[in-house]
Design a binder for this molecule. Sequence first.
Ligand code: IMP
Length: 428
Amino acid sequence: MPTLIVVGALWGDEAKGKLVDVLAENADYTIRFSGGNNAGHTVRIGEKTFRFHLLPTGFLRPNCTAVLGGGMVVCPKSFVEEIEEISGLADEVGRLIVSGSAHVVMPWHRAFDCLEEERRARQIGTTQRGIGPAYEDKAGRRGIRVYDFVDPERFRQRVEEILPIKNAVLEAFGSEPILAEAVLEEYLPYAEKMAPYVGNVESEIRDALRQGKRLLFEGAQGALLDLDYGTYPFVTSSHPSTAGACIGTGLTPADVQNVLGVCVAYATRVGAGPFPTELSGEIADHIRTVGKEFGTTTGRPRRVGWQDLVALRYSAQVNGFTSLALTRADVLNGLDEVKVCVGYSIEGQTVEQFPTDTELLAKAEPIYETLPGWEGDLSTLKRFDDLPDELRQFVARMEEFVGVPVSILSTGPKRHEVLIREPSLLWP
Ligand code: IMP
């Protein structure tokens, strides 16, 4: 029952899509477990660029079954459009199933996301895809599950039951009401298209585990956006951390084997919230331009900063990383020196642990260590040992501080641009 969970180590956008695509070569299943179409994973194969928001990137591997787990919230429009777009562009795709237990993102979720964001004193900078409100309805036991959605009678009943309350709130805040008939007219055709993909994912996952299949769990967002482990309230409303793979798929904690934490050589964040190592000025502009640090889903410029080893160590601890993947080291090429954060100064005190009180984290001043920069075209390298000495020194410092080895290093955006240092740390 080999299992490998891939988790974004900090605030998302760590180039997980490319790594999952590489690792999926040896997988039987690739499984998304949390979030929805707020994610943005890019895979480049030859001259083609595939942009995923909702589907697992493993969909591009015909050897794999791609799964949308029950912990997800699924926008039906995005589901249908993404299947059509990716299938139209790819030479071949794999089998796809969606859990009937997943919840459906409806138009009122997007309306509430925009309304709440407008009125919130502390804006979160959500993707406005309706993710938070869909999870709110799930927790409030008034959500529509995929099972309900693909049964036209159940779907109609649920829409008619839910809309009067949603409309009362929308109208109270000056928004247009949403008409049940218009929703049904738009969404029933999506339901018909989704129906053939719906399955009992949890039971299939258990069977697959018993049969010794190789299961790759594809995290979206990042662990510091986790509703419980992240920088609340500046988080998403799901569990992009290792624990989320269990809640969102039917995997049990005892089945968890390897957990790969993916981190960039620096740090990025989209949306609001504390970010102790954030940079502005020349180096930030350089990183943003060279690294093309603009959100795949929203196109927003990402906030960028130096690598934060304190945050990374916290993430490794709460996620149980068994190894790390390092991406975008090439973006820092040519800098004379690079910095890593090894502590915080908060109200005059030196702090070595990541504060879970977000207000305290907002006051953290980074304490840096400076390391020499590296140069050279990494994309042509074939072995980990061929890396420039300075980059190996950077990797060694990360490993020492975080206490987790680096098993894989991405050297460019293309599928083959990757150095696997220790395969056994990836697939058990
Ligand atoms: P939501 O998930 O749209 O509710 O947004 C909540 C927070 O998570 C915002 O700060 C978003 O910018 C951030 N976020 C959501 N999805 C992603 C992602 O895929 N990458 C990076 N940040 C994300």
